[in-house]
Write a new protein. Structure first.
Length: 356
């Protein structure tokens, strides 16, 4: 009974420390909400920016200008950005392309015969501008399209960027809370000699670590409610999966990151050292795990490493459940990887943990 009482008091202490520190509340709950709103405003229900192409001012440019000023060029089509252009001397046009100030340079051929397109094919906006301008110029030159084409656009909830983003932010918050909320807290207590004092009290040492873990899991529920509520009520995001399964996925993910945070902080003696270790762990997952853009963009040679990252599996499982309505069988491989991360890191952390 005394052991349970010590666990209870340690747990309540962690809760009081959290809500008495307004900065923690802001970074855990308010910051991800603000980030989601800003990104949603940037990417939701927005027309493509005008493609401002550059036309080289040489003989033959007048015909290109007439074509780009025509009604055909002004006609809006799904997936094609509005056209705009500027007329510049050749050297200045090439310089703008080299500095990224224009996606496409259009240069009339000698004697007005044909055109030359200069662009970077690795830039999506450049390839799109090239296709759009070429379509207008070919039609102006008399090309006919015998096949009738009907285009339909799809912008229903579930396939928008904000729908894809919210699960990523939930996963990112679980990672940040597990690493900073546990690892950084333990190192600060070690620096202040508090760990040594706790170790001298009549408590079970595992109760101390369980209290920190329990408090972190408690903070997860409002986190999930805030971000899911923003997605559902603020942007109409569908939640097609079971809510209890969503909570289970987040809890298992949080346990994995708590284990990593505990391992990182098990021997660190300074805030500088633990901050460096935290960034070493977190930055690869920010970049590779598909929070803000798909991890499939990276080369196939990197996919083994990327798929082994816990944040990759957490975000993937959340998107499968929330957006596709997947069940526990479908996300079981991701959960097993997260459980392996949690178990291995906890065992290593407990083996190497230093109280002073």
């Amino acid at each position: 009974m005394a052991n349970f009482e010590s666990l209870k008091q340690l747990y309540l202490t962690r809760l009081r420390e959290f809500y008495r520190e307004p900065a923690r509340i802001f970074w855990v709950y308010a910051f991800p909400t603000i980030l989601a709103v800003v990104l949603a405003l940037a990417f939701t229900n927005r027309r493509p920016d005008p493609a401002v192409v550059t036309v080289v001012d040489v003989p033959g440019a007048e015909q290109i200008k007439l074509a780009l000023d025509s009604a055909e060029a002004k006609l809006e089509r799904p997936g094609r950005p509005p056209l705009s252009y500027r007329l510049l001397p050749r050297e200045q046009a090439i310089r703008q392309l080299e500095t990224g100030d224009t996606p496409l340079v259009v240069e009339p051929g000698t004697g007005g015969a044909g055109v030359t397109y200069r662009y970077d094919p690795t830039r999506p906006e450049s390839s799109l501008a090239r296709a759009t301008v070429d379509d207008v110029l070919q039609r102006a030159a008399g090309r006919s399209d015998p096949l009738s084409v009907t285009e339909e656009t799809e912008t229903k909830p579930g396939n928008r960027y904000i729908d894809w983003l919210i699960p990523g932010l939930i996963g990112m918050n679980a990672m940040g809370g597990g690493l900073w909320g546990i690892g950084f807290l333990i190192v600060n207590m070690r620096i202040g000699k508090l760990l040594k004092r706790f170790a001298a009290t009549p408590m079970l040492r595992q109760n101390f670590l369980l209290a920190i873990l329990g408090a972190r899991l408690t903070f997860l529920l409002p986190d999930i409610i805030v971000l899911l509520g923003l997605g559902v009520f603020g942007f109409g995001m569908p939640v097609r999966g079971n809510l209890l399964l969503i909570v289970l996925v987040v809890v298992i993910g949080a346990l994995a990151f708590a284990g990593i945070g505990l391992l990182v902080a098990s021997r660190a003696q300074t805030t500088e050292k633990v901050s460096g270790l935290m960034n070493l762990v977190m930055i690869p997952m920010w970049l590779f795990s598909g929070v803000f853009f798909s991890s499939s963009r990276f080369p196939s040679q990197m996919q083994g490493f990327i798929q082994a990252l816990p944040l990759t599996q957490l975000v993937h499982a959340l998107r499968e459940v929330i957006l596709k309505g997947a069940g526990i069988i479908e996300v079981a491989p991701s959960l097993l990887i997260l459980i392996a991360w949690a178990g291995i890191t906890f065992l290593l952390a407990l083996r190497n943990f230093r109280w002073s």
